[in-house]
Design a protein around this ligand. Sequence first.
Ligand code: SIN
Length: 555
Amino acid sequence: MTPAPAGVLDVLVLGSGVAGLSAAVRLAAPLTGPDPGLRVGVLTKAELSQSATRWAQGGVAAALGGDEDSTDLHLADTLAAGAGLCDPEAVRVLVDEGPGRVHELIALGAVFDRQPGGALDLAREGGHSTARVVHAGGAATGAEVERALVDATRASAAAVLEGWFAVDLLTDGGRCAGVVALDAAGRTVEVRARHTVLATGGAGQLFAVTTNPPEATGDGVAMALRAGVPVADIEFMQFHPTALHHPAMPRPLLSEALRGHGALLRDARGERFVDELAPRDVVSRAMAGRMQEQGADSLWLDATGLDDFGARFPTIAASLAAIGLDPAGDWLPIAPAAHYLSGGVLTDLWGATALPGLWAAGETACTGVHGANRLASNSLLEGMVFGARLSECILAGGDAPTATGVLAPVLRGETVAAGPPTHRAGPTDGAVPEVAPPDVAKARDLLQRTLTDGAGVVRSAGSLARAGQALAAVAAEVGSGPPPDRATGELANLVTVAAGLLQAADRREETRGAHARSDFPDPSPAWRCRIVLDRAGASLSPAGGPSGGVPREGA
Ligand code: SIN
């Protein structure tokens, strides 16, 4: 078993997906060589290679294609998908640095699909005005990105702590000082570090139907919330429209690249009903509406017109074959599934959070690049860009957050109190489950059903109130003491993030991006701001940039 690192690490990275490992490989010295480098630890609750990154299919969006694409066009598509809540400065960083970061990953050993002439093969996905998505193994891009980064991490001097579970942040003198963790044998230990990086991924496990692996339990966001570090935009859980409707969990994903390649969406009667290349929130909402109208629990993806399916998407073809589906002849049953948390721990443009010594990157973070709805294939890109940036900032001596990006209004005290949730104690629109959750696994199951039922693709004050009441039963089961094991710790994290999500979703009385309210079906200019959660409760922060909104008192 790996012993706890002695003394104080220079950097402790929590999580081993694209964001965490993009930071770790830059911070840690090579295994051999004269430079002792920084003392870096990578702490992950599973094996190093087991992260949500390896499940990512479509690819990495970056303007690599020459004349027909540009970073300005990628910026415009990202802002449009984000439905008015992106931070334009952060998006500018993302799109400008993206192509260089892709080339750095290639130099590190990642192999992407190429055309016969050797040029990178670029795919188109929903919300993109042109083909700009680099992919690997057809639609196994995350697996290749993860393989390259894991190999590079293993070849570095970073200490790898596998099977360790970070419980809570340690703070000391107004700084983050590392974490309290359960080691691989379940003993409580302190891992102290000058810098701590939250890169623990998303929170799809809040929902009963998700494309995310079991590890996606919102750990980083929950730790930040408990430590009072500001978190924003967590009402924007993105639902992927084309998860295979099949009992397997996580739900097998039918990549957006299939629609980019010409696959069609059909309703229960076989009719087309939405632009297949619209942004993800638009498609998921249209599907939810159609499913309700037609009383259907799934719709169809028709890929029968794709004559090169097996060659272009070999991993998807294999998983369909394994369950007896042939995309050449069968329409594929689909339904939306929780896929990506667009918000997270607020950071500046360098990945620093409001707490000195604490950094965040990837799905755990809210850099402002996704706004209310992430553009397809911008997630691996964000992890690569901001994981690299925060490591470069630390190496250059960066230590404290700067008043840049989405963190700027918070650091400058420009937020205004959001007031208490309006409907939490109000009437529910259905029966609240009364089952007392008897154990951790059942409590997790109840929480997931609660969120799916009350805070899914379309929410309302009543459904959110019902979910809030059911969540209270789960929270009572968890208690407030230190968790005895990882399963209880994950459940406590899910409860913390669920409570924040419900609070923000209840406050946001409009429909915008991935947050759809049946009782407020339109976007409202008054809500063109982000909801920030911290120790003081909820506050409203300007969305940023020249077109960003200014929160209104009492909005
Ligand atoms: C997909 O391939 O559809 C998923 C990629 C992403 O989430 O951006």
